[in-house]
Design a protein around this ligand. Structure first.
Ligand SMILES: C[S@@+](CC[C@H](N)C(=O)[O-])C[C@H]1O[C@@H](n2cnc3c(N)ncnc32)[C@H](O)[C@@H]1O
Length: 359
């Protein structure tokens, strides 16, 4: 039984989220997952702009806290605020706001990226963060719904009373707090016209871990509707707001999963899903952010799971550190696992995506 009024069930309201939040009843939401906007305007001196931004966000978060059910969770995803060479991690400013609302911190998740802008006067930023707070100690955490493979799945104890038995849970392990869902950019099938979308798999992990079927999932800043699509696909109820009419329209089209009157879809994923469902040829349709001449079927592309990107990143970081150590000691650098240390052209047999990620 949901406390959320019927009018708001599975709705994305066009308008300011604060207006929506104030209308919803206390305790009516099981999960809030969002990434707020943080282009902080330039009308004040920057320090003041940041303080005033956090003040405004505190009003939104106070409403969010009121809306959370006793078993509820909030996941707030932010990056950094950059200004004139300064870099301020925004989660540091949000943490005390959430704590002051009486919410309980559970995790600070690092969302790592393999690519990004190359900084010249500081280390290049390669992560953002997701703060997870709960309303109480009786929160939902369904680990079994989100386990990932163990590194040594079949390893057995070789002595002691458990000799011969598996040393780890065969159902898989806890995914940990370093996540590497690939950023949604031009070659990602979920890319809409929005510049900073959530990857659907990342939101699915959060929804499955912290809600039950039929639970209510709120995103105050829906963008082009990733949270809504995931909640719907996982049998949860969604609600949220989006201020920009263009993004709002895309979100509704993404949820509908149908082409518009010109045969255009909001992204490649929606196009492929629809074509698979009705048996149509993807090459006859287009999607908003399309750059290639023709849309391709999913069977012609390889979509890598998070574990692939995580392993790639681990290998790459280890390789880079080995090179640094070799340079320090005047030794020969080790071979790169993929390119042999050389950046080379992709051969026609190699999937473009894999190659791009390896270099
Ligand atoms: C970081 S984006 C969210 C993207 C979203 N996670 C997705 O996957 O598409 C933030 C969104 O908040 C919207 N926004 C900004 N201020 C808002 C407000 N006061 N109320 C509702 N939406 C707002 C922006 O237009 C933008 O689309």
């Amino acid at each position: 039984m949901t406390l959320l009024p019927e009018d708001f069930q599975n709705a994305i309201v066009l308008g300011d989220c604060l207006d929506l939040l104030r209308e919803l009843p206390e305790g009516s939401v099981d999960l809030i997952v969002s990434s707020p906007p943080y282009n902080l305007g330039k009308e004040y001196e920057s320090k003041r702009a940041l303080a005033s931004y956090v003040e405004d966000q505190a009003k939104v978060l106070a409403e969010c806290s009121r809306l959370l059910s006793e078993t509820g969770s909030i996941f707030w995803q932010v990056g950094t605020y950059a200004d004139r060479g300064m870099l301020i991690p925004l989660d540091i400013r949000f943490f005390p706001v959430l704590e002051d609302l009486g919410l309980i911190p559970r995790n600070r998740i690092i969302w790592a990226r393999q690519h990004g802008l190359h900084a010249k006067k500081k280390f290049s930023a390669r992560h953002e963060t997701i703060l997870w707070f709960t309303k109480s100690d009786s929160y939902i955490f369904d680990l079994d719904a989100i386990r990932v493979p163990q590194k040594y799945q079949n390893k057995k104890a070789w002595r002691g009373e458990n000799k011969g038995e598996l040393t780890c849970n065969p159902a898989g392990k806890n995914p940990g707090d370093i996540w590497l869902f690939r950023n949604v950019k031009h070659n990602h099938e979920e890319q809409t016209v929005h510049p900073c979308q959530f990857p659907e798999d990342m939101i699915t992990r959060i929804v499955l871990a912290t809600t039950r079927e039929g639970g209510v999932v709120l995103d105050p800043y829906m963008g082009t509707g990733t949270t809504a699509v995931v909640a719907r696909d996982q049998g949860r109820v969604f609600v949220g707001a989006e201020l920009d009419p263009g993004y709002h329209e895309v979100a509704l089209r993404r949820l509908a999963g149908e082409p518009n009157t010109e045969g255009v879809f909001p992204n490649l994923k929606t196009l492929r899903d629809w074509c698979e469902r009705v048996g149509a040829d993807p090459a006859n349709y287009r999607f908003d952010a399309q750059t290639a001449a023709r849309a391709t079927a999913r069977s012609q592309s390889r979509i890598f799971p998070e574990s692939h990107h995580l392993e790639e990143m681990e290998r790459r970081l280890a390789y880079e550190e080995d090179c640094f150590a070799a340079d320090l000691r005047g030794e020969e650098r080790p071979d790169d696992h993929f390119t042999g240390g050389q950046v080379r052209e992709r051969t026609s047999e190699e999937p473009a995506q894999l190659f791009e990620e390896a270099i």
